[in-house]
Ligand binder design. Sequence first.
Ligand SMILES: CC[C@@](C)(O)[C@@H](O)C(=O)O
Length: 591
Amino acid sequence: MSTQSRRYRSQDWFDNPDHIDMTALYLERFMNYGITPEELRSGRPIIGIAQSGSDISPCNRIHLELAKRVRDGIRDAGGIAMEFPLHPIFENCRRPTAAIDRNLAYMGLVEILHGYPIDAVVLTTGCDKTTPSQLMAAATIDIPAIVLSGGPMLDGWLDGELVGSGAAIWKGRKQLAAGKIDEEKFLQIAAASAPSAGHCNTMGTASTMNAIAEALGMSLTGCSAIPAPYRERGQMAYETGKRIVEMAKQDIRPSQILNRDAFLDAIVVNAAIGGSTNAQQHIVAMARHAGVELKSSDWMEYGHKVPLLLNMQPSGKFLGERFHRAGGVPAVMWELEQQGRLRSNRLTVTGATMAENLKGRETNDREVIYPFNAPLKEDAGFFVLKGNLFDFAIMKTSVISPEFRQRYLSKPGQENVFESRAIVFDGSGDYHNRINDPSLNIDENCMLVIRGAGPIGWPGSAEVVNMQPPDALIKRGVNWLPTLGDGRQSGTSDSPSILNASPESAVGGGLAYIRTGDTVRVDLNEGSCNMLISDEELAKRKAEGIPPVPESQTPWQELYRSTVGQMETGACMELALKYQGVGDKLARHNH
Ligand SMILES: CC[C@@](C)(O)[C@@H](O)C(=O)O
């Protein structure tokens, strides 16, 4: 018996009076795992579960379990679940970088949602790019969609101290270089930082992007921070399954949720949580696929003067379990909402506005979530820079330490200005080979520069800008140097880096022309970053051409390079941006 409230796109496959000849073909093979034609023709919405978990996507592997609860929710609410795989994206392991797969997973999901009888979809997110890729696809297709985060791992502990994923690796490799620990201890630290199923327990890119999905209004309230193994995670999966059926019935689509206000709120929330610099390109990409214009100046205008409220690594102290218990993303947003810093009168997947979702969500843990008027740090949003090295790059100010401020930004009469001698590397192989070369004479006054690490140069933008100083400096206690590059940096890193530089050197950005020994001047008062060389010298170097770019090693690398834009504009597949709302444009029949 039909429980139908509207006609669904899946009925064009299963219940199409104009093409009854095709219906038999579309129906028959679903029967071979036990679905009956009556079910598929009952007028119930068919709900896709985009399954991002697999053995090579360990951060998302919990979704293999959670999907069972999602299915229960879908059934109980009157829908039919159909689970299918998403192209895996695993940041730690995918070579040459997971960044090339965001657009591949995006494209794959677009094709699935467009070409199959799916009326609405649950997006199962976790590791960094599994969130933006799926939201980009949901925006392109524009059928009802909801995010279910897989959640972070439990907090890591070793020797009575919190050990955060990612952050522990960057810290451990410095301790190794300094001779303070051996390899066995290093591996022990890595294991301690990853004690259970889930994605990074730090505010790395995974937690950041899941928080942003929630801030955009694309997940149920409180979804993103629940640790993967907690019972609430399974319950959230069930509720998400139930809710997507209602959304299908009500036809609530991403285009009604993903507006400019939502993206500006995402920028504000990202600053308040000390979010990953990777968020910049992903937020821009999601916005562009949703048809929303975000300007590069929006990061400064809306995002910079936002205080850091969340005390979580790498900008702070705690890890994901404490964040969840402190109220998670809604509690941070509640602080911002009280101060009128959000544009919260906007629809979310709950069917209510963000303002309504945030009611009563004040934190009960002021060690973790600070009040807006007494924050951990003022002006914690990204700092946007430009100059003759690039048109756009960002610096994560929430991780700038008092030592960095003291050493580089506090010279009397020169506050917020510093100059460094550039040491230039062509890709991370070159960095690893030469960083300990004594003839480079690297000291405290140097800046480590890496190029050839952008979307086209690498290909994909590699997470390589957080370079550590030579072992000899680390042994002397100099644990970091300023860095600069056209690649990305781990969201779990606390390096004072200038990154996401666009245009990259591979397309003739200014970084292509810098040489080791040049002076780089960074002025945080006026937002500039320049190599101090004459116009004649620059012209001479330009005539010499750009550094060579490695060959593509797979077909997708070549295709990726031919379609991708720069990080300033989200490293999108530029040709994809003209496709929006294509879920309504049904594909031609296949036989
Ligand atoms: C190694 C993977 C990480 C931790 O760098 C990434 O997930 C991030 O947070 O940016």
